[in-house]
Design a protein around this ligand. Sequence first.
Ligand code: UD1
Length: 371
Amino acid sequence: MTDISKPILIDIIAGARPNFMKIAPIIHALQKSRARGGRLHYRLVHTGQHYDARMSGDFFTQLGIPEPDINLETGSGSQAEQTAAIMQRYEKLIAEHPSALCLVVGDVTSTMACAITAQKLNIPVAHVEAGIRSGDWTMPEEINRMVTDAITNWFFTTSKNANGNLRRAGIPDERIFFVGNTMIDTLLANMDRLERPAFWQLLALQPGGYFVVTLHRPANVDEGGSFDRMLTAIGDATRGMPVVMPVHPRTAKTLQEINQVPENINLVDPQPYLEFNYLVKNAKAVITDSGGITEETTVMGIPCLTLRDSTERPETVDEGTNELIGTDPNALAPALDRLFDGKWKNGKIPEMWDGNTGMRIVTVLEKLLTP
Ligand code: UD1
């Protein structure tokens, strides 16, 4: 007979910066469910893919995420090295201390590695932000998404586009749950807590009077020459307005090869969550190659120029404020001319991006896991 008082343990996997804002609302919803006497318990497993305070620890503190129960401390390496290290260490954990479900979010290497490991030990997998596809197989994230979704039991989706991708792949409707976007839960929950960064006055920033730039994709930053040309184009096309560029560790390596960045580009450290989104909320526009940031700019109504040829988040373009500019530096000036002429679209917020996704996920999990 099933013991209905027994806790049901869910592993929540987080490894890299874009995971942390996605797990926070799920953890908070699980804590509420448990306080109401629910049987779902969680174990927070940090793979250690990102390990700097600026890429990891600061997010836990600001977003009220509890200390990880387990840190696999895998650290840096090539794609295969990281994947292997995470799989070996997570396998040992769940072989010795199994859980009832492995919940992964997003598309980073940790997501794929833990999903494979769990499924091979017959632990079911739930994927939050499932079904999104860029179609660009040169991005490691796209491979991670495809592999993860091939072995996921339950798919939590952010958009109708994602639902369509999964249905076309033959996933039956009863395994797809269109719940919205946990990253937006975190943004909406923190909108009143955003913090002005310490350098605001030093750089003489004014609301609506500066740009935010983030670049970290290998295609944009791994080769010094093309990265240099892109920075020059950004410096020119922003017409001398201040540009604030928080530098990802990967990008910092290539920057060492570049003699001089344009004068109006201010390089700063990776920013904590509250400071980064303060900068975005008050910017004239954002120039980025990130995926998640295009969702946040859409919700904040800030123009976003994406320096990629494809996106796995087409609703940010079709409904939101995002536009795909591509990776040709010459394409930037005409797009920014339209912005300066006041011709950028306003956009609207996609369906279900309402701040309640974490609760919806936990409600589904309670039904799925509690007999
Ligand atoms: C990873 C994710 C990407 C996500 C990005 C956000 C994959 C395949 N990619 O890419 O989806 O958008 O994180 O940050 O999982 N490093 C540090 N300190 C850290 C973390 C990394 O110095 O705390 C260095 C690493 O040593 C490495 C480089 O930064 O040299 C890149 O880190 P890595 O985890 O390999 O991938 P990201 O480019 O960060």
